[in-house]
Ligand binder design. Sequence first.
Ligand SMILES: Nc1ncnc2c1ncn2[C@@H]1O[C@H](COP(=O)(O)OP(=O)(O)OP(=O)(O)O)[C@@H](O)[C@H]1O
Length: 286
Amino acid sequence: MSDILLRTGQLGFAYPARSTSPFGKPVMRDVIKSVDLAVPRGAVLGLVGESGSGKTTLGRLLVRLLEPTSGGIQFDGTEISHLSEAALRPLRARIQMIFQDPQSSLNPRLPLAVTLTRQLEVYGRLKGRRDRRDRAAALLDLVGLPTAFVDRYPHELSGGQRQRAGIARALALQPDFIVADEIVSGLDVSTQAHILMLLKELRAKLGLTVVFISHDLSVIRVLCDEVAILRGGEVVEHGPVGRIFSHPQHAYTRQLLAAIPLPDVEPGWLDDPPSRQQPQQQGSAA
Ligand SMILES: Nc1ncnc2c1ncn2[C@@H]1O[C@H](COP(=O)(O)OP(=O)(O)OP(=O)(O)O)[C@@H](O)[C@H]1O
């Protein structure tokens, strides 16, 4: 078994541009350019870059929501770049994406019991109504939400609780690889810390491998083992967080580090943040 769970080789992706060539052919615009990335099994790899650098596009390629236009993606030794949906199906259970806006993955018209277990149903892993409630309750418990929330609708949750529910939904099929796309953006700082702590705990408990997309280097610094810096669709630097932050090699990384004020927190802060000393009330998880 390789230490690398996911590897890309010269991965490329182009979107059709709005304009067409003088010969009427659609012009393609390269947004991911020859990306070689290796994600170690069990690691949290941060993917950072300014707006438009291609983070979301790369994340969607890694979970094969998009098909590469060039290069390859190997997941646990299997080349998945051009697999059909049918061939991808067994792997889809192992590969999940969590989005910035949990509204997009939580159906406003359905109680959490149904939304959280939808994928289990699709994969034939539910044994009926009772099982649905039990499995949904277990998922809520896993992400620190009260089990009574099985009957709640997304609008009855706070922003942080909704993000927890989004994470629970992504964990239903017991994946081992997660791409988390800006999942704490838009949350207040204390809620961000709780969600990051949860992710860190889940990663240890479930043995997850995570690609954590963020434009926020201070978040990357406290959560990730490795960081890859994306600029204009290219990875300009990739390495252990400690090394990149203390000895950035690339001028662009130095520029990013200089531009973003780092709060006075160190790697490992999440292991013992001040908020741990104030346990959350049942039902009030951020
Ligand atoms: N569906 C699409 N069709 C055409 N171009 C797109 C599409 N989605 C994204 N792009 C373009 O691809 C480039 C990369 O976008 P992407 O969303 O991956 O960047 P990002 O780093 O995630 O940005 P942000 O941090 O703002 O979310 C951008 O120039 C964007 O305009």
